[in-house]
Write a protein that binds this ligand. Structure first.
Ligand code: TTP
Ligand code: MG
Length: 369
């Protein structure tokens, strides 16, 4: 029989907000959030636990948050700082396992099944990781420990903030039935709503259905839901990421005219895409299948133009952009030409490419995978 796995999920507590409070102790104890200003179209990235008491949460419009808590202090986003901290945290994680899967700047899975540290106690390893993060970065992490990724992630949420929790196999029969389905990996608002229409709100409700019934109702995803509702998740902690495409995009601080895009924007984007491509293993430029340009207009409508005919040079991207903008201008009155809030450049590949997972490199506000 295969050895039971030991998986740790680490998730930093109110990550961006915690960094801002660490760097400005006068914010301590006050409700604070990180994000866009409340007098513009800003939204919040996150907030501390004091602010959460007022019902404030990530992705809420800043204006709404200030209505809920007039004393809320909103600190502007300082992404470089978060990325620097994330890099240190991921380096610390590297002291405890070679099998690490970063999920975002502040979250990662570690497989410690074969670790000799603390006589193989995943609970003690998690505690030591959290201590080291606190000592080196002065930030607080929570941890979840279990025998698969699904349960480890659920567990890290259990005693948040500043806590850890272990889910053992014998806890599954009591733990899963009461768990709301929206806590399951991949179940967002839309899926939760569809499940609710069938009277399914908790994992216990799923357990009442046979796997055949779940497949009949929800297709292949129904099978996946059925397994998760029983606490089963065979996914490995994955240190490599398979890529079929790569793109970078930039959202401008204010909308720009499509006919007056500063050339450095195209240069920056092309250079960033090129830099990211060079990091992929065994990539030959002839392996690029299509080039694409994405444009998001000020009214949030967006369009993507693709070409499989052109070479990977900046002029090809600019040509795609100009073609789309010309079509738009030809079909619109000059006064109605929409401004642009975001431009993206991307490529797709003929074959799949693997790269080492590094969350702090992959994510940025301006450039995304
Ligand atoms: P989370 O781990 O979801 O949130 P958190 O760390 O702020 O709070 P906690 O884990 O204690 O519940 O996200 C990590 C960071 O990612 C968060 O600090 C800010 C950023 N983020 C956004 O920018 N937008 C979002 O919608 C979310 C959910 C997070
Ligand atoms: Mg977090």
């Amino acid at each position: 029989m295969a050895k039971q796995r030991k998986i740790i999920h680490i998730d930093m507590d109110c990550f961006y907000a915690a960094i801002e409070i660490r760097d400005d102790p006068s914010l301590k104890g006050k409700p604070i959030a990180v994000g866009g200003a409340s007098n513009s179209r800003g939204v919040l990235c996150t907030c501390n636990y004091e602010a959460r008491k007022y019902g404030i949460h990530s992705a809420m419009a800043s204006s709404q948050a200030v209505r809920l808590c007039p004393d809320l202090i909103i600190v502007p986003v300082n992404f470089e700082k978060y990325r620097a901290s994330s890099k240190v945290i991921h380096e610390i994680l590297g002291h405890y396992s070679d099998t690490i899967e970063p999920l975002s700047l502040d979250e990662a899975y570690l497989d410690v099944t074969h670790s000799d540290l603390h006589a193989g106690s995943a609970t003690l390893i998690a505690q030591t990781i959290r201590n080291e993060i606190f000592e080196k970065e002065n930030l607080i992490a929570s941890a979840g420990i279990s025998f698969n990724k699904l349960l480890a992630k659920l567990a890290s949420d259990w005693n948040k903030p500043n806590g850890q929790f272990v889910i053992t196999p014998d806890m599954i029969k009591n733990f899963m039935p009461i768990l709301p389905v929206k806590k399951l990996f991949g179940v967002g608002k839309v899926t939760a709503e569809k499940l609710k229409e069938k009277g399914i709100v908790t994992c216990g409700d799923i357990q009442k259905h046979s796997i055949t019934e779940m497949v009949r109702l929800f297709g292949n995803y129904g099978k996946h839901l059925h397994l998760m509702a029983h606490g089963i998740d065979e996914r490995a902690v994955c240190t490599e990421h398979i890529r079929k495409s790569l793109s970078v995009e930039e959202t401008f601080s204010s909308d720009i005219s499509p006919t007056h895009v500063p050339p450095y924007i195209f240069d920056d984007m092309f250079n960033e895409l090129n830099k990211r491509l060079k990091k992929l293993k065994n990539l030959d430029k002839t392996d690029i299948k299509t080039l694409s340009v994405k444009i998001k207009f000020a009214d949030f409508t967006s369009t993507t133009i693709q070409s499989s005919q052109t070479a990977f040079v900046i002029a090809s991207f600019i040509h795609l952009f100009d073609t789309r903008i010309k079509n738009h201008a030809d079909s619109t009155n000059v006064k109605d030409i929409k401004k642009i809030r975001l431009i993206g450049f991307g490529v797709s590949f003929k074959t799949e490419h693997t790269e080492t997972n590094k969350a702090y490199q992959q994510l940025s506000l301006a450039f995304k995978s």
